[in-house]
Design a protein around this ligand. Structure first.
Ligand SMILES: [Zn+2]
Length: 447
């Protein structure tokens, strides 16, 4: 190095300590047990015939708070839940903003999509045949969980302390594309992204890790609370790293199922497979430097032209109970608003930790999105689905045109009028491009 520039470097480091500190992070982690009371209806399967009878693996809400050298903060919350509704996500975000000053773009609420947790709010109401008092219990449980999420965010912020972040990536292979009726078979995203949080001195304080596959090893006949494979992987990693908090982020796993599935032993097997993949990834990876950049927005996705009141009234006589319940909901919408729901507001997040890009998308997101975003922004891009609100499935144009459960049919259970219009994929991708630009997330990134 030239002597003069060496001196200048020393002088500037002394005069502007922020320059030296610009790679410094503070991080805080917290975990809270959110297992609800027994007797509550469990979310995710229309075929269930009884409420929760036991606790096979406790459910948790966990939070990772990050703060860069400039004091910008973001909090990633992970939940052993099927998903939140937009109403619940917005209530939590507003309370987090009021109480802790974390802005909307700094809060990501990531659900693992376990089907062995409680029903949340009125999500998938068409799928369940419950009494008013059972719905009252679900509302009370949802409110209780909202309070617990608020607590865990506060505790993670209180725990902010100097930290070193490392990003690595592995792979796992138990997720299989489940749209077997369609040819050619659709893709899966095998990536296991990992963010390790270490304290100065090297102690592992926490792990954020992901995988893209329905968290449905356990099936409708299983009526005990359980975080499924994702819950097992978190518990296993916390057992192997005492004192560390392990947090699972669901990817774009809407069209993938664990293979094989159906028993608690298989959930444990897949969980250990995922934990092993995380362990292998932990050995490598690269340091994550600041700054933290954040952007949040919603895109409006129009629904395709829905049937009119006359058609819905005819469906009230249908042989299928779900079709009848759905038709009743649609007629309620028409009576109240003059029409069924015209569009969906889909939440989108961009979080950049230096050059490490994290994208969060609401809804049950199919693998095509993750793969397209990785082609665009690089293989190491972390793409999470099920973030904030889970309103139904988010199909790619390919899946929408193919139809089937993820393209069209599942919308009935979510109380939506039907499939999205063909603008769906372009609108989401354009929305994310806008957020990446707004966050300045590609600044300084190598092409
Ligand atoms: Zn699902």
């Amino acid at each position: 190095m030239h002597r003069r520039s060496f001196l200048w470097t020393l002088a500037s480091a002394a005069a502007f300590p922020g320059l030296r500190a610009s790679t410094a992070w503070r991080a805080g982690l917290a975990s809270i047990d959110i297992t609800p009371p027994l007797g509550l209806w469990m979310g995710g399967f229309a075929a269930r015939t009884e409420p929760a009878r036991g606790i096979a693996l406790p459910l948790h809400a966990k939070a990772l708070a990050l703060e860069d050298a400039a004091g910008r903060r973001a909090v990633v919350v992970t939940l052993d839940l099927l998903g939140l509704t937009d109403r619940v996500a917005e209530r939590i975000a507003a309370a987090v903003g009021r109480r802790y000053g974390v802005p909307r773009e700094g809060l990501l609420l990531c659900s693992s999509h376990t089907h062995s947790g409680p029903v949340i709010d009125d999500q998938l109401a068409v799928a369940y045949d419950l009494s008013p008092s059972q719905w009252e219990d679900i509302r009370a449980s949802t409110r209780r969980i909202e309070g617990q999420v608020l607590d865990v965010v506060g505790r993670a912020l209180d725990a902010l302390a100097p930290a070193h972040l490392r990003r690595s990536q592995g792979e796992a292979g138990f997720g299989a594309n489940r749209r077997v009726a369609f040819e050619p078979p659709g893709p899966v995203d095998p990536a296991v992204p990992v963010l390790a949080v270490e304290r100065p001195g090297g102690r592992l304080a926490g792990l954020l890790f992901g995988y893209a596959c329905h968290n449905t090893t356990l099936v409708a006949s299983f009526v005990q609370y359980h975080g499924d494979y994702a819950g097992v992987a978190q518990a296993e990693l916390e057992r192997r790293h005492p004192g560390a908090i392990a947090m699972f982020v669901q990817g774009c796993g809407a069209d993938a199922n664990p293979k094989p599935r159906g028993t608690r032993e298989l959930a444990e097997q897949h969980g250990r497979t995922l934990a092993d993949a995380v362990e292998r990834a932990l050995g490598g990876g690269s340091d994550v430097r600041g700054p933290l950049r954040r952007a949040f927005g919603t895109v409006t996705l129009p629904y395709a032209q829905a049937p009119g009141a006359e058609d819905w009234r005819r469906k009230l006589e249908d042989a299928n109970v779900y079709v009848r319940r759905h038709a009743k909901l649609m007629l309620d919408d028409i009576a109240r608003d003059g029409r069924t729901r015209a569009a969906e507001a889909v939440p989108l997040h961009v979080l950049a930790l230096g050059q490490s890009l994290f994208i969060g998308i609401g809804g049950e997101v199919v693998a095509d999105y993750a793969l397209a975003l990785k082609r665009k922004y690089g293989d190491a891009t972390w793409v999470a689905g099920y973030v904030d609100a889970v309103f139904g499935y988010l199909p790619s144009l390919r899946v929408l045109r193919e139809g089937g459960y993820e393209g069209a049919d599942a919308m009935l259970y979510f109380g939506r009028p039907g499939p999205f219009s063909e603008a769906v994929e372009d609108t989401v991708m354009a929305g994310l491009d806008g957020l990446v630009a707004r966050a300045g997330a590609l600044k300084g990134r190598l092409p």
